[in-house]
Design a protein around this ligand. Structure first.
Ligand code: HEC
Length: 105
């Protein structure tokens, strides 16, 4: 009966991967975000205002920031509107994808 520990180990890996977020799923979800958080020049063209760099930030930081916008503890109407409809899974996926950006640019 060697297969039971293997199945358990496989499930642990799978759950761990899901909890860390899926960068591939995040890539699609981040399309709207990158309209503002352009990776090249971190300034919105019109109206012109500074948009913080999010590519390459730590996933945990990005997750915390998005949750704070979603629950209103971080005040910014634009980002509150963008975070309002995100699920925990969306936030984890976005953070996983965005954290990978910038590391190679
Ligand atoms: C309409 C433009 C716009 C869009 C679209 C947008 N953002 Fe933002 N975002 C901003 C601005 C402006 C700020 C700075 C807000 C502040 O000062 O608190 C910001 C802040 C953030 C921060 C905090 C950064 C930091 O350094 O603290 C994160 C994380 C973030 N956005 C992620 C996202 C994600 C993920 C999406 C897509 C779901 C998204 N944003 C969509 C304009 C935008």
């Amino acid at each position: 009966m060697k297969f039971i520990p293997m199945v358990l180990a496989g499930m642990t890996l799978w759950v761990g991967a899901a909890a860390a977020g899926d960068p591939e799923a995040g890539r699609t979800k981040a399309e709207t975000c990158l309209g503002c958080h352009g990776i090249q020049s971190y300034v919105n063209t019109y109206p012109t205002y500074h948009v913080p760099l999010i590519g390459g930030q730590h996933a945990a930081y990005l997750e915390a920031a998005l949750r704070a916008y979603r629950d209103g503890s971080r005040e910014h109407p634009t980002m509150q509107a963008n975070a309002a409809n995100l699920t925990d899974e969306d936030i984890a996926d976005l953070a996983a994808y965005l954290a990978e950006l910038g590391s190679d640019s």
